[in-house]
Design a protein around this ligand. Sequence first.
Ligand code: HEM
Length: 199
Amino acid sequence: MTAAADNGYRDRLRGATGTAHVRLDARFAQGLRTAAQYRTYVLGMQAFIANAERALALANLRPAWKAWRDPARTAWLDEDLAAMGIPAMAEGPRMAINGDADAAGLFYVIEGSALGATQLLGDAQALGHGPGTGATFLCRHGGFGAGKRWRAFVADLERADFDTVSERTMLESAARAFASAEHEFHRAELAHQNFTAGR
Ligand code: HEM
């Protein structure tokens, strides 16, 4: 049996973004226990993912990376916001993706976010949400098959052959993606406060 390729990209991506992930975790330290926390999560994820999917749709990618472009997630999040009667936020600062390494960093963040989603799904269900009733995104993104998909992604990632400059591009892209997600969760918190105050 041939050993799976391991160029150490995943480890270096995790190293480059670990602190940012800890900050995101701290934002949802208790998980999604309340309706307000859940709405903030969906609102922030919608803005982050919609922005990312728009950038990826415009990117010129080779087939191996194109295969990871999966524009379904924005629609799931839109569906969840509609089910909860919450308007999406205005578009945040635009992302731009320029080539495979740039895309690989963003894909790492999107695909990795499914691991967190597997943990959050139970919280959403406890709040009464399911597929079609506000948790389509978590059920699909973090549901059955998420672990298998992540392992397939990491295998493809480690098979890539980026030179030093491209690797740096990938690491910076992942860090930028986390910064974008943090920004969107911050905006979501404020938008949600305004939304509930106006009701
Ligand atoms: C909001 C609550 C979140 C929780 C509780 C959470 C939790 C987790 C957990 C348990 C893992 C698996 C760690 C492991 O198996 O070693 C993980 C991995 C990851 N998460 Fe999150 N996560 C959350 C949000 C997010 C968000 C919003 C993003 C991105 C926008 C994200 C990006 C990632 C990435 C990239 C990984 C893979 C790290 C690696 O290489 O091991 N997470 N998360």
